[in-house]
Write a protein that binds this ligand. Sequence first.
Ligand code: C2E
Ligand code: CA
Ligand code: CA
Ligand code: CA
Length: 251
Amino acid sequence: MRSAVENGQFELHFQPIVDLATGKASRAEALIRWNHPKHGMISPAEFIPLAEETGLIVGIGDWVFREAGFQAKRWCDLFGTGIQVSVNMSPIQFQSNALNISDWLDYLKTLELDAKHLSIEITEGLLLNASDDVKEKLLRFRDAGIQVAIDDFGVGYSALSYLKRFDIDYLKIDQSFIQNLETDQNDLVLSEAIVIMAHRLGLNVIAEGVETQAQRQLLLEIGCDYGQGYLFSRPLSVIAFEDFLTKTLEP
Ligand code: C2E
Ligand code: CA
Ligand code: CA
Ligand code: CA
C-alpha cells in the first residue's frame, strides 16, 4: 500500500447523487478502489482501516482530494454547470497535523476550480468531542466554499447537539434506514423525523443505498432532497460516469 499511490494503483469511482424531484444528477460521491496487480480490485472497506492504522490514510486522502478536484474541473469544462463531487474524509486524516488545507486550496486555484464543486463527508464521531484544531479545520473548509456533509447519519450516536454547534450543509441518512423503508414503519418514521429536523436547521438530506422505486417514492413523500444508490447507478469509472452524465443531461 505504501507504494500504491506512486504506482497509480488507486482509482476513483463516482456514484451519482440524484435530485429526487427532478431525477437529475447534480452531485457524485468519489469512492476509492485499489486496483492491485495480483489481487484485482480491493474494496475500501478492506484497506481503509489498514490505511488508518498505519497513517497511510493521510497520503491516500491527499491523492483522493486532488484527483476528485481534477475530475470536477473536467466536468465543469465538459458539462457547463458542472457537478459537486464529495470526498470521504477519515477522522484520522482530518485530525492529522499533516492535513494541509492551504495546499489543497492552492491546488484548486491552480486548477481554476470554484471550491463549491467539492464537498467533504465526515462522520458524527469527529464532531462529538471536537478539538479546537478540528473546529478550525472545519471553518477553513466552509470559508473556502467547500460544503460539509455528515455521512452515515443516524447510526452509532444519538447526541445531536453538535448540529447546532457546527455549520453543516447535508445529512446523509445511513443506508440501514433505507433498506427496509417499505416494510419497517419505524425506519420510515425515523427517516421522516431526520428530514424534518434537517430542513428546520437549514440542511439538505441525501438518502444512501436507494435500491428500489418504492423506496424512492417514499423518500419523495417524506420530503427527502437527494438519493444515492443502485436504483440510479452503481459507482462508475470516470469514463462510465461521463457517459452517464451525457445521457442524463441530454434534453
Ligand atoms: P460510504 O462513504 O458510506 O459509501 C457508500 C458505500 O455504499 C459505497 O461502498 C457504495 O458503493 C455503497 N453503495 C452505494 N449505493 C448502494 C446501494 O444501493 N446498495 C448497497 N448495498 N450499497 C450501496 P464502497 O465504495 O465499498 O465504500 C465503502 C466505504 O469505504 C465508504 O462508505 C467509506 O466509508 C469508505 N471509503 C470509500 N472511499 C473512500 C475514500 O476515498 N476515503 C476514505 N477515507 N474512505 C473511503
Ligand atoms: Ca460517504
Ligand atoms: Ca455512508
Ligand atoms: Ca447551513
